[in-house]
Write a protein that binds this ligand. Sequence first.
Ligand code: NAD
Ligand code: TDX
Length: 343
Amino acid sequence: MKLLVTGGAGFIGANFVHATVRERPDVDVVVLDKLTYAGDRATLEAVADRITFVEGDCADTALVSQLVGDLAAGGEDAAVVHFAAESHNDNSLSDPWPFVQTNLLGTYALLEAVRAHGVRYHHVSTDEVYGDLPLADPADDPARERFTADTPYNPSSPYSATKAGSDLLVRAWARSFGIRATISNCSNNYGPWQHVEKFIPRQITNILDGVRPKVYGAGTNVRDWIHVDDHNRAVWAVLGRGRVGQTYLIGADGEANNLRVVRALLEIAGQDADAYDLVSDRPGHDLRYAIDASLLREELGWRPLHSDLESGLKATFDWYRDNEAWWRPRKAATEAKYAQLGR
Ligand code: NAD
Ligand code: TDX
């Protein structure tokens, strides 16, 4: 099988490439990545001789058409897995343009290429397209509302709006042009190689630097955490066995508010669990995300392997402690951006 993986030098894409090379040696992987501030070739160093790396923009229609054409020329069993995106909500509030460019025009370019060459396409998206849910505690309210594939789209930020727009492009290309596409909408990922701008790596690296974690607002916002390897195993399940035209939601029943996560990280570091700072809130900050993944579980038989958040946080904490050379070059510039926002 031949795969074109866009965004393969970013967090989830790189974990996907590592897992694919490790577990599916028969798959030929081509990575297309623009190497924005969020992409890093060092992340792919250990698999560099097992893949083909192309530095380029997924919104470059000529380049994308050529790469997808080459993929199609290799035979029937070819697919595009589209991870590339501008992915950080805070950045989308400061400067939305790269989000429109990459998330909308990049998806458009890929859709036109798979349409022209008849190649299978999987679109990696987010639960944020559904907006947010009222706060609710799983322990008190097992029947609380969660997102399903039927939840109406209601995105809050320029990031989630452009991801929602990209999903709708995929649906239109599937219905009007008959492309063989699937979509997955996943909840918040954590694990190795996540950029230090994101919540969990930011707080781990702050703690390692002797800086107090920074929590937005009152810290009561809830995210539905999933280990990146469980997300990527679900992407493979959808790619292999998913119904063309179907949307699958991916989540591992990992709801936790931000205070619980920060307190767990401080405890892992052997520090006072209250040694964090509450800082000003993100404008339009979504309250709660929660995924009902029963379609994925029942139809495709997927199950998460990492179901205990605290032990996943401990492994992630240890990874950042042991891989400072990877994250250190980006830490100061990231914190300088947050300082400008007063967060
Ligand atoms: P990331 O920001 O870590 O990585 C994005 C990668 O895409 C980088 O390597 C970057 O260089 C590359 N890229 C950006 N613009 C590009 C362009 N125009 N052309 C080619 N490459 C480009 O993001 P991530 O967290 O790994 O997210 C990957 C995908 O998963 C995104 O589509 C995101 O919306 C989705 N997603 C992320 C999460 C999460 O929790 N991180 C959850 C659900 C879905
Ligand atoms: O310093 C921080 N303090 C803080 O309290 C940061 C960076 C974040 N937060 C809060 C905001 C959110 O409630 O933590 C939560 C998680 O924040 P992010 O890591 O920025 O993630 P989020 O905005 O939830 O979006 C993530 O999940 C869905 C990814 O970045 C998206 O790409 C994905 O689509």
